[in-house]
Design a protein around this ligand. Structure first.
Ligand SMILES: Cc1ncc(C[n+]2csc(CCOP(=O)(O)OP(=O)(O)O)c2C)c(N)n1
Ligand SMILES: [Mg+2]
Length: 501
């Protein structure tokens, strides 16, 4: 599969120039001032008449802007802005029937907002809508025939094992959380495994992954041992951050997992920086074999944040080896993506910044993998970034503290029926890539891995009190020093919350 660049906008000229000339409004409306301004007029304007004429002129200006064609820039207007045609929104935008050239004015041209049919605003974006202006859409990739399979047996089993690990690990987290073994918020990844496994299993060890607060499974896919992730969740010293990060802050320098981030969008600039490092090493430091790529994972809600746009710009400008992977699970906590975003098709932002934008069925690991292969290949070859929108779904509430009452049960059932693990299992068996028994053996092995991780975490020591001051960059004495000169955090009552601070 190849991403074919699309020309979003056709014009016979290379550039379209247009703008407005600002005219000062009269400072005085007195007839003396009018005569000074228009000395030859045979009559004088009364203020209401002047106002009516002024409004009429404004109306004429407005009308001529709306009808402005790209090939006919209005030569009488002062040039205030130059717009390159390919940076304009696609003419076939599903939300705008009469697109305007005037950036920022399309809203006023929109008909009544697209009705949201579903009771709970759970309408999903139809593939027909998406096809209308697709740069590269693999939603409809047909699984190839058995003679031309998308994975080898080894690859298939590796991916299956990774998906099972993600699912079983998260289910275990739920149990441990409700037993009081974990602290703070815990956000599970159930349902989204095809994205993590589809992308990360194609990476090399030197490649980097930047995650979100829904980060356990990304870390596992990248090779951080289940023991280290579980211990981190338990807040133990054997965790990948020695128990100081917890659920939302998985980090492993060894595995190039550059962090989970509780503040949404914070990871995107970090990922962009990592991609810049690869390029700098290769092109400036002349490390010819440095072809490392970075994956930045984030959600649909996060894609409305400014950092995303800033980083799209930098990544495209410098042709960075990065893939922006949007895990569009249709919800940001209790906010439907369709209610929160002016154009729900996130992939479109790619072409707007000069990089391919792709939409893929994020419940199908083989389709995700096909897109991932192409995007990672592009990045490795130095061809620049790609934006991939994976349409997926989370099977549990936003976090384990969320009763998940807002989402429509029909919507949940629809996606549950498309469970990515069940679909992939079926594919492996139907195409004789694996037998039931082989897959059962993998499931059993993973159950043991996860049980072992829990035992290991449970038995591991808690961090010492002195660890509280590690990585505190301000003067630790400011953290609380008792009358006897000792740090208050060393007082046993400190961690019980009863110390006098
Ligand atoms: C900068 C910032 N603003 C707001 C929040 C509160 N917040 C936590 S999760 C979340 C929704 C994110 O949704 P999405 O990006 O779709 O990720 P998902 O939870 O669906 O994986 C918000 C707004 C935050 N953590 N950080
Ligand atoms: Mg979301």
């Amino acid at each position: 599969m190849q991403f074919t660049p699309i020309q979003l906008y056709k014009s016979s000229t290379d550039q379209v120039s247009f703008g407005v000339e600002l005219v000062d409004s009269p400072t005085s409306q007195s007839s003396i001032a009018q005569r000074r301004l228009f000395p030859d007029l045979p009559f004088s304007f009364s203020p209401p008449l002047f106002f009516i004429v002024f409004i009429f002129i404004l109306y004429l200006f407005h009308f001529s802007f709306q009808n402005l064609q790209p090939t006919q820039p209005n030569p009488t207007m002062a040039l205030t802005r130059t717009i390159h045609p390919h940076s304009l929104p696609p003419l076939t935008s599903s939300r705008s029937t009469k697109p305007s050239l005037f950036l920022g004015s399309t809203r006023s041209l929109l008909p009544t907002p697209t009705p949201i049919h579903s009771r709970n605003h759970t309408r999903s974006i139809s593939s027909a809508q998406r096809r209308s202006a697709v740069a590269a859409n693999v939603s409809d990739v047909k699984l190839k025939s058995t003679s031309d399979l998308l994975v080898t047996k080894e690859e298939g089993l590796e991916v299956y094992e990774d998906m099972i690990l993600g699912r079983v690990f998260e289910d275990m987290c739920a149990q441990m959380y409700y037993r009081g073994k974990m602290f703070g918020f815990v956000h599970l990844y159930n349902g989204q495994e095809a994205v993590s496994s589809g992308f990360i299993k194609l990476l090399k060890k030197e490649d980097s992954v930047v995650s979100t607060y829904r980060d356990h499974v990304h870390a596992l896919s990248k090779g951080v041992p289940a023991r280290a992730v579980m211990s981190e969740l338990f807040g133990k010293t054997t965790g990948c951050c020695r128990g100081q990060g917890g659920s939302m802050h998985m980090f492993s320098a060894e595995h190039n997992v550059l962090g989970g981030f509780a503040f949404i969008g914070e990871g995107i600039p970090v990922a962009t920086g990592a991609a810049f490092t690869s390029k700098y090493k290769r092109e400036v430091l002349k490390e010819a074999d440095c072809d490392h790529v970075t994956l930045a994972f984030f959600g649909d809600g996060t894609a409305n944040n400014g950092q995303f746009f800033e980083c799209l710009n930098m990544a495209a400008l410098w042709k960075l080896p990065i893939i922006f992977v949007v895990e569009n699970n249709l919800w940001a906590i209790g906010m439907s993506h369709l209610r929160a975003t002016s154009d729900p098709e996130i992939w479109k932002k790619g072409p707007a910044f000069g990089m391919p934008g792709v939409h893929v069925d994020g419940m199908d690991v083989l389709k995700v993998r096909e897109v991932a292969k192409e995007a990672i290949g592009r990045a490795r070859r130095g061809e620049g970034p790609t934006l991939v929108e994976c349409e997926t779904y989370r099977f549990r509430g936003h976090s384990l503290a969320d009763p998940d009452e807002l989402r429509d049960p029909d919507e949940k059932a629809r996606y549950a029926a498309r469970d990515p693990i069940t679909q992939f299992k079926k594919y492996l068996i139907e195409n004789k890539l694996a037998s039931e028994a082989e897959l059962k053996a993998i499931e059993k092995k993973i159950d043991e891995v996860v049980e072992d991780a829990v035992e290991f975490a449970d038995e591991s020591p808690a961090p010492s009190r002195s660890q509280l001051l590690e990585n505190v960059f301000a003067d630790p004495r400011g953290f609380g020093i008792g009358p006897d000169g000792s740090y208050r955090c060393e007082d046993p009552k400190f961690t019980e919350g009863t110390a006098q601070v």
